[in-house]
Design a protein around this ligand. Sequence first.
Ligand code: ATP
Ligand code: MG
Length: 208
Amino acid sequence: MARGRFITFEGGEGTGKSTLIAGLVPALRDRGISVVVTREPGGTPLAEKIRELALNPPDDHEWSPLAHALLMNAAREDHLVRQIRPALDRGLWVLCDRFADSSRAYQSTQGVSMSVLKQFERAVVGDTTPDLTLILDAAPEDLAARRMARDITDVFEAKGMEFHQNIRNAFLAIAKDEPNRCTVISALQPVEDVLANALTAIDALGAQ
Ligand SMILES: Nc1ncnc2c1ncn2[C@@H]1O[C@H](COP(=O)(O)OP(=O)(O)OP(=O)(O)O)[C@@H](O)[C@H]1O
Ligand SMILES: [Mg+2]
């Protein structure tokens, strides 16, 4: 049984990650590919509990950036062990809404050193690195209307424009560092065009 492909979706809030995944599922199934959709932080019962604790801490309490990084990695370990690796081993393709690049982008922007974050990543992710990472990119001010249309739901969404700009830059730096794994897609295109760009990158992966 050939191992499945591991595809991750990254980018700031409201860039369209969930919308893209929802469009890709039927497109991949049409290609005869069996997919599992999951998300981070979360994806397993334990990791979903950590998600709640990390993103919606009790009133007046705030995690330190390092504690946040540890929580995300604890959740990721459970997710990898119980869901992602078994699915890939069964030949399923795993589509994961955010993964380790979000830890790099968010926790480095909050002040955790990249070398610490990469050590955590090496220990937890090991060789289960994504085959492809699609990074949805746009200037945060161009997404403000999209984000405003939704309720503020967690500690990161509530932050100001400069924070979102730093997150964008962090994702672009990751794409520049790892161009073979990462494909940047403009998030300001119509949904169908974002989907077409993603399928082009995925089809190139199949040909490798
Ligand atoms: N290409 C697009 N053009 C216009 N609107 C879009 C596009 N993609 C998504 N949207 C809309 O923008 C909003 C945010 O999209 P979505 O929830 O997919 O983003 P997200 O990246 O998953 O956000 P989050 O990080 O908060 O989960 C939704 O209302 C969605 O319908
Ligand atoms: Mg989403």
